[in-house]
Ligand binder design. Structure first.
Ligand code: 5GP
Ligand code: ZN
Length: 112
């Protein structure tokens, strides 16, 4: 399967690692939108939040268990925002579920 984030997880494409465990990988976004901007991806290919099922939701649960540690490791000391874009209207560009962690400065109140 031709998936950019699967290739990053497999080490075929280099990335700046923030976190690595048996269920998820986190790395710095190549085009940061905040002083801290990393992406957290499940190590199983799930196309988007639309593809979360009873069979794979353990990856999502695990990601949310470790997000506080990932945010600290990334340097978001004073809070952060978690975003997951889904589909066309959500402007999802990479079709592998990922959670953006943004922080390191006061973020805009505008979410849309
Ligand atoms: P989306 O728009 O799908 O929610 O987010 C995809 C994110 O992946 C974007 O913020 C983009 O900057 C990031 N990205 C795209 N290609 C690469 C890459 O090769 N390496 C890294 N580290 N980030 C990438
Ligand atoms: Zn993938």
């Amino acid at each position: 399967m031709d998936c950019l984030f699967c290739a990053i997880i497999n080490g075929e494409i280099p990335s700046a690692k923030v976190w690595d465990d048996d269920m998820c990988y986190a790395f710095k976004d190549i085009n940061p939108q905040a002083p801290v901007h990393c992406l957290v991806v499940p190590k199983e290919h799930i196309a988007s939040a639309d593809g979360i099922t009873a069979d794979n939701s353990k990856y999502v649960a695990h990601i949310f268990e470790v997000i506080p540690s990932i945010a600290k490791a990334a340097g978001a000391e004073n809070g952060y925002r978690i975003i997951s874009n889904v589909g066309e209207d959500g402007c999802q560009s990479v079709k592998h579920l990922h959670f953006h962690i943004l922080g390191g400065a006061k973020l805009s109140e505008n979410m849309g």
